[in-house]
Design a protein around this ligand. Sequence first.
Ligand SMILES: NC(=O)C1=CN([C@@H]2O[C@H](COP(=O)(O)OP(=O)(O)OC[C@H]3O[C@@H](n4cnc5c(N)ncnc54)[C@H](OP(=O)(O)O)[C@@H]3O)[C@@H](O)[C@H]2O)C=CC1
Ligand SMILES: O=C(O)C1=N[C@H](C(=O)O)C[C@H](O)C1
Length: 266
Amino acid sequence: MKQIRIAVAGPRGRMGQESVKMIIKDETLRFVCGIDPKYNGEDVGEVLGLGSLQAPFVSDIRRALEVYRPDVLVDFTTPHVVKQNMIAAIEAGVRPVVGTTGFTPEDIEELDKLCREHQIGGIIAPNFAIGAVLMMKFAQEAAKYMPHVEIIELHHDKKLDAPSGTAVKTAEMIQAARDEIKQGHPEEKETLEGARGGYYGGFRIHSVRLPGLVAHQEVIFGAVGQTLTIRHDSINRESFMPGVNLAIKKVMEHTGLIYGLENIMV
Ligand SMILES: NC(=O)C1=CN([C@@H]2O[C@H](COP(=O)(O)OP(=O)(O)OC[C@H]3O[C@@H](n4cnc5c(N)ncnc54)[C@H](OP(=O)(O)O)[C@@H]3O)[C@@H](O)[C@H]2O)C=CC1
Ligand SMILES: O=C(O)C1=N[C@H](C(=O)O)C[C@H](O)C1
């Protein structure tokens, strides 16, 4: 059996560790190295307390891709480094599967072009949890019939970006399903800056950050005499792993960049 060789960027992080554990449990996958500015040369498994995995930390991404020749790069790093990691991977012919957030629509267009030039696939999924993808799809459907909507996303207090990638993707999907409308009172005024949240295409996104939370989102629709709330909760990071596993396998069969797990769920 030919295994899919995988490098993980950010293997010491919350999502990186969970990804390494998922990969080593699946015999069709092979974890070959971790890309991390720290622990260069040490065994990833030893450092993570998983026992020897015979896969080292490598601090230079281009060297890691050249020496360990992965088929796929899984990236859970930070919004500041992810785009450069993706470019290095695509230029080396390595297919990126990316959960890290913070991309602009222009970044996505540029990375799609690069994938096509190199004739390989790539996936960026703002949320790998199947339930979160369903929440986004249901919200898009509901927006056709109940266009007045607000998004509340709630995350742990170590999160760097706001709003979340999931909230942005949900907003994009809602925007594609309804026209921009003026919500709230035409003369409403904020007496505390930010009280109405961030403005996106006619509606508002609110970000909550608290210890104790993992990743949660409510999409609330309002119409005369009724409301509809669609809510998803990730209560741990294992919730994202079936989606990461699916993306690793699907990216091997595709050319061009896929944005959103909904495009590969059948
Ligand atoms: N798509 C999805 O389903 C999900 C996406 N995410 C996203 O994934 C990203 C990571 O989240 P999370 O795991 O919680 O974050 P963490 O902060 O736990 O992990 C990030 C890791 O990246 C490391 N890192 C920093 N710079 C580099 C670099 N240049 N190369 C390699 N590694 C580096 C950090 O090291 P150090 O700590 O030493 O700086 C850290 O270990 C975020 O953008 C988050 O929004 C999260 C959950 C689900
Ligand atoms: O930082 C996180 O934790 C998460 N980030 C992603 C996002 O920004 O949407 C996915 C999930 O919400 C968890």
